[in-house]
Design a protein around this ligand. Sequence first.
Ligand code: NDP
Length: 244
Amino acid sequence: MEMQNLVGKVAVVTGASSGIGEATARLLVSEGVHVVLVARRQERIVQLARELGERAMPVVTDITDPGQVATLFNRVKDRHGGLDLLFNNAGFGMFSSFADSQPEDWRGMVETNLIGLLSCTQAAIPLMKGRRGAMIASVSSTGGRYGVAGWSVYCATKYAVVGFHETLRKELGADGIRVSVIEPGAVWTEFGHGLAPEALRERRQNLQALSPNDVAQALVYAFAQHPRVLVQEILVRPVLQVDP
Ligand code: NDP
């Protein structure tokens, strides 16, 4: 299959300390990409960078803090001069019925899954202009396409990611910047705050949930297409997950 050579490209991966982000960072580095690892848990990303070698650089960042986001992208500019891939992956969900949910949980999800993603995207755009085949790819969810009882605010943030991308694609297309969204179904990660661990494990077992690397491969597939090709949206789910 014909794919672009990714050696020497520069990527920022948010949420690189676990799950999908960690797997994506590993896969990108194995393809020769320089990867900036972003998360709050310093020890995780420092350890991962040690393991991945000189192509990986950890930058501890809370994406909900605009000052930290500005520092992150200044460091990317100083170190690499530009950026080819922003993988907006950091996010989380707090699950409960809406009637029982707490406003601070709503705020946490909106600030991380949406406003943090917007801040990273806005800071990244100037670094991507003029870079052939540049791409902004963000993780939404099957919950960004279908409502799920108990996930109301999480779904609202993930629907918002899809809506934002549909517009951003139109604003950045003329600059040759590709804007893509990935909507995973159930994946084996640390994700699932507020859900009973045993029930979550059983659900994932029953569905034969995806591995984080399955999602990473979807991202690399999209990124490695010819620069004229936009893989606009990827919904990737376990075969057994027929609903939602
Ligand atoms: P994990 O919990 O394993 O990873 C979430 C990552 O986000 C961690 O690296 C965490 O790092 C990072 N993160 C959270 N908040 C912040 C913040 N404020 N600033 C910086 N980093 C942050 O779960 P997943 O890998 O599953 O989640 C990745 C994405 O996939 C999320 O957007 C999630 O909504 C989405 N998703 C997951 C599905 C699943 O079934 N697992 C299904 C559909 C979508 P740290 O805590 O160190 O800051």
